[in-house]
Design a protein around this ligand. Structure first.
Ligand SMILES: Nc1ncnc2c1ncn2[C@@H]1O[C@H](COP(=O)(O)OP(=O)(O)OP(=O)(O)O)[C@@H](O)[C@H]1O
Ligand SMILES: [Mg+2]
Length: 256
């Protein structure tokens, strides 16, 4: 089991940020996690990364449970892409240096990078079609380029779990489609990590996302196979409003 949560709740300042989460992610699955602003998506991801802890319930990530394992070690098996991380990076480092800092899952480069890792970082940037910005400082990059650099940074240590928190936020529609294709490409690789993809937008749920979790006010509204979760009646119940769902090229679109 890649992620397993049983009755997981998290209370901060006397308020439930997550309540009774029951959720299982198995190897081979890719999940889209959808919820409105403030529904607890980022918090859920931070919990999986061990930055915050459940107040109650059982949780395992890549088979390890809290307390029994050094979470810093586990983080090396997880790739995490989040704007939360962007603020922690050194903005003057070059794109390739940021990617290389993923080797040790650290902020900043402390050791002289090995040639094989530099080659790998360049290959990843090339794969994401952004090798031309490798020597540019991170701060000078466009939003889309920054996201790609973070993806390459996450992939450099071959994670078993790849967690993306709104990687398409701030991208124009063309950049967004390119980003989605890049994610599809990652998922189609032979040893693809399990992907958890957070978004507000239903239309970003590509066919690669076999499963979908709808999170509302810190609770799981529904979770399971994407087709079933995105059924019209279920979405009406989730958004608490009337809407239409249409499918184009196996992608869902909703109209309110
Ligand atoms: N460390 C914390 N202490 C107290 N409250 C927190 C903490 N972190 C998040 N929250 C609150 O938990 C709620 C959920 O936040 P979260 O960032 O997970 O939302 P989200 O679903 O990612 O929203 P968005 O789509 O806007 O990114 C918010 O109301 C937020 O203010
Ligand atoms: Mg968020």
């Amino acid at each position: 089991m890649t992620v397993k949560m049983e009755n997981v709740s998290c209370i901060q300042d006397n308020r439930y940020l997550l309540r009774n989460i029951n959720w299982q992610v198995r190897p081979g699955e890719h999940w889209a996690i959808i919820g409105l602003n403030g529904s607890g998506k980022t918090f859920l991801l931070r919990m999986i990364n061990g930055y915050v802890f459940p107040s109650s319930g059982e949780m395992t990530v890549l088979g390890k449970s809290f307390g029994e394992f050094d979470w810093r070690e586990l983080r090396k098996r997880i790739g995490f892409i989040s704007s939360f991380l962007q603020y922690k990076l050194y903005p003057e480092e070059t794109a390739v240096e940021i990617v290389l800092s993923g080797v040790s899952a650290s902020i900043g480069l402390y050791e002289r990078p090995k040639k094989k890792n530099i080659d790998k970082a360049m290959a990843l940037l090339q794969d994401l079609e952004c090798e031309s910005i490798a020597r540019q400082s991170y701060i000078s990059l466009s939003q889309g380029e920054k996201q790609k650099v973070l993806i390459a940074r996450a992939l450099i240590h071959n994670p078993q779990l790849l967690i993306m928190d709104e990687p398409c936020a701030g991208l124009d529609i063309f950049s967004r489609e390119k980003m989605l294709s890049a994610i599809e490409k990652i998922s189609s690789k032979k040893r693809s990590p399990v992907i958890l993809y957070v978004s507000h937008h239903i239309e970003e749920i590509l066919p690669v996302f076999t499963h979908t979790l709808l999170l509302r006010r810190g609770e799981v509204h529904s979770a399971g196979e994407t087709k079933r979760v995105l059924a019209k009646d279920n979405l009406i119940s989730f958004f608490e409003t009337d809407l239409e769902v249409s499918w184009r090229k196996k992608r869902p679109f909703i109209k309110i």
